[in-house]
Design a protein around this ligand. Structure first.
Ligand code: ADP
Ligand code: ZN
Length: 713
């Protein structure tokens, strides 16, 4: 079947335009082609979809993709169709006729990938059609997306997923691919069992997200302005997570008042409003979504450039999943957690309202792990990966702790004291108690257990509680000490702890000076000429996307546009080499993108005229916020002269607030006239437009129009 292509790489380029596989993809695809069952665990953005899509295209027959979210199907299918691939979905949103014609296309073998919700796939009315497909077209595989939904241990159990094993029993010859981004071992085992996978080939990718930059910021009193500042410093789309619905509404509104186009998303809104806001976000009509955790699994937007946690998340797992919605396209993206102790008190209070003490305990433990992350001095990536049981050696270079490292000190002696105290307390206590013992506390609990008699009692008075805590945390983060997961966080020694006690291993920790303020790390997007062209290409992409009613990333990923902006291809040949451009896209969009690139290249060659001294003076006053009349008065010129200045300044691409000078609806009408009559004669335009439009307005719009033309070349 693959013989049509010289290699899997060639097939990848042909169908998807990519040059190489991501880590793990190729092996998985080979296994899939060899008809094996597969369990694929990859973090969000790892590129799971390709793992069943490419085999689907290379094998004969139809691949059925089970997906729990109707909203997502549309997206995935749009993306595939835009690569010229036969894909479709069946769900409750279709009319009878649509459904019929899609079923027809499937039976005519025009479709390679069918997306479907589990309840429909299992529906008895669907069974006959399914048998028909199996017998006449063949089913090459069943891919089960979000497979953790079969497990009660997962965060999103869906009973209908449990029924999927019926398919396995009915069609044992069809291989099953189960895909998930959930990391816990228990869920993974459950998936294999529930779906009755047969000796599946298991692919567990690292949970490291190398393109994500992590940062924690102490939340100040005027935290809203901190947030606003960060949003302004970042470009592209972003998500701001808040704890409550009220807060979501409030922040979204404030941002809009500050000219950041933001919309809310939370469970208190109607389905319609939510899905509308989500669509606007996907299509880049709105830049920021302010949301509660309700904005979750269905969000498949690859080009989210930042995720900010304005309030503290409830566990490190949810922090990971939420921040992981940024940068799925592999481009640099940013996570910032805003953190202060006031918030923790609020959550503590909420936790204490839970009726079940065990639930409370686990919730506290999860919260404390987030606090450890926020307060820790170790590489943030190390802390996160540690949580998933992965060891990472620090120095990621892409987190605030690595970029602004605290001085590292040798604390081996202190670590020995601490660990031996854990041992002497028989590994039955949490960190707070161990620190009490070390510092010689006189609390009741100490006497109750006789811990005032231990040799380690009071051996660490020289250090503060905060310092011991810093050490304890770092030992945990570096994997030099363990803790139980039952909500009690009881400290346990591991192999490495014993090595430290036996003096076979030294301990270095990053030491923070509590009073020293955290350095601000500024995130610097790439700049220069390519940025300007990139923005233009984005505008074109948006136009095309809107015409087709699809999200912009369906046309091209950000990374492809960036490459176009950097490499500035001159012809089809060069354009085809850009990653993300396949044969189909070349034909569909090559001309349009090449022409924008060419125009830009040409415009760069033209010398730019500079404003005169007098024009500069006008510009200065304009920038100070004076109206046209005020500027005219101040400078002793006629209003029309000032408008001529501003028009010429606009033409020279100077920072003139055009939208403030001429209202949008007036701009539109004048632009229509210019498009019809040209820009040569103001008089002609004035006559065409009539009394309601002044010469001054026309002049300004002409200036702006010319600047746009120059940009185009
Ligand atoms: P997941 O489902 O694992 O979260 P996706 O399958 O949505 O991730 O892939 C994330 C992004 O990465 C998508 O935009 C996809 O087109 C892109 N992608 C996948 N594989 C490759 C590859 N080999 N080269 C470049 N981009 C890829
Ligand atoms: Zn780091």
């Amino acid at each position: 079947m693959i013989s049509r292509f010289s290699s899997l790489e060639a097939a990848l380029k042909h169908f998807f335009g990519y040059d190489r596989f991501r880590v793990g993809q190729k092996q998985i695809i080979q296994d899939a082609i060899a008809e094996r069952d597969l369990l694929i665990i990859m973090p969000t953005g790892g590129g799971k979809s390709l793992c069943f899509q490419l085999p689907a295209l290379l094998k004969s027959g139809l691949t059925i993709v089970v997906s729990p979210l109707i909203a997502l199907m549309q997206d995935q299918v749009d993306g595939l169709q835009d690569n010229g691939i036969g894909a479709t979905f069946l769900n409750s949103t279709l009319t009878y006729e649509q459904e019929r014609s899609r079923q027809q296309a499937i039976l005519e073998a025009k479709i390679k990938l069918l997306y479907i919700a589990p309840e429909r796939l299992l529906n008895s009315r669907f069974a006959g059609f399914l048998a028909n497909i199996v017998n006449n077209v063949g089913v090459s595989a069943i891919a089960i997306d979000e497979a953790h939904c079969v497990s009660e241990w997962g965060h999103d159990f869906r009973p209908e997923y449990r029924q999927l094993k019926q398919l396995r029993r009915q069609y044992p010859q069809i291989p099953i691919l189960a895909l998930t981004a959930t990391a816990t071992k228990r869920v993974q085992e459950d998936i294999i069992e529930q779906l009755e996978l047969r000796q599946p080939s298991i692919h567990l990718a690292s949970f490291n997200r190398p393109n994500l930059h992590y940062e924690v910021k102490t939340k100040e009193k005027n935290s809203y302005y901190q947030l606003l500042k960060e949003i302004r410093q970042h470009s592209g789309s972003g998500i701001v997570y808040c704890l409550s619905r009220r807060r979501v509404e409030e922040v979204a509104l404030k941002l809009r008042n500050d000219d950041i186009y933001a919309l809310p998303y939370h469970a208190g809104m109607s389905d319609r409003d939510r899905s509308e806001n989500q669509t606007r976000f996907l299509r880049d009509d709105v830049r920021v979504i302010v949301a509660t955790i309700a904005f979750g699994m269905g969000i498949n937007k690859p080009d989210v450039r930042f995720v900010f946690h304005y309030d503290i998340p409830k566990s490190l797992e949810s922090f990971y999943q939420e921040s992981g919605r940024a940068g799925r396209d592999g481009e640099i993206a940013k996570s910032i957690l805003f953190f202060n102790f006031g918030d923790i008190k609020k959550i503590d209070y909420l936790i204490e309202q839970k009726p079940d003490p065990k639930e409370q305990r686990i919730a506290h433990q999860q919260l404390n792990q987030v606090i450890d992350y926020a307060e820790g001095n170790d590489c943030r990536r190390t802390i996160i990966l540690r949580y998933f049981g992965e060891r990472f050696n620090g120095n990621c270079g892409k987190c605030d702790n690595c970029l602004n490292p605290k001085p590292v000190e040798d604390w081996t002696i202190e670590a020995q004291k601490f660990l031996s105290c854990v041992a002497r307390c028989r590994e039955r206590f949490g960190m707070a108690h161990i620190i009490d013992v070390i510092r010689g506390s006189k609390k009741q609990k100490i006497y109750k257990y006789g811990h005032h008699l231990l040799s380690t009692y009071s051996i660490g008075k020289d250090k503060s509680v905060a310092e011991w805590k810093m050490l304890g945390r770092s030992l945990l983060h570096q994997g030099l000490l363990g803790e139980t997961n039952d909500g009690y966080r009881i400290l346990r020694l591991n192999k490495r702890s014993w090595e430290i006690l036996r003096k076979q291993r030294s301990v270095k920790i990053a030491v923070s000076n509590q009073h020293k303020s955290r350095g601000d790390t500024v995130y610097n997007p790439r700049q220069g000429e390519a940025e300007v062209l990139y923005e233009k290409l984005k505008v074109l992409r948006k136009q095309i996307a809107d015409l087709q009613s699809v999200p912009p990333y369906v046309i091209f990923a950000d990374s492809s546009l960036k490459l176009m902006a950097q490499l500035q291809p001159k012809n089809y040949n060069e354009f085809a080499k850009i990653s993300g451009v396949n044969e189909y896209k070349l034909q569909q969009y090559g001309d349009k993108f090449l022409s924008v690139i060419q125009d830009f290249v040409r415009s760069q060659e033209l010398p730019k005229p500079l404003p005169s001294k007098s024009q500069m003076q006008t510009l200065q006053l304009h920038q100070q916020g004076l109206t046209v009349t005020e500027i005219a008065q101040e400078r002793g010129f006629a209003v029309s002269t000032i408008c001529t200045h501003l028009s010429e300044l606009l033409e020279m691409n100077q920072p003139v607030a055009f939208n403030k000078l001429v209202a949008a609806d007036i701009q539109k009408i004048i632009l229509e006239a210019i498009n019809k009559h040209g820009d040569k004669s103001l008089k002609t335009l004035k006559e065409a437009l009539g009394e309601s439009y002044s010469y001054n307005e026309i002049k300004l719009v002409v200036g702006w129009w010319r600047s746009q033309r120059k940009d185009e070349g």
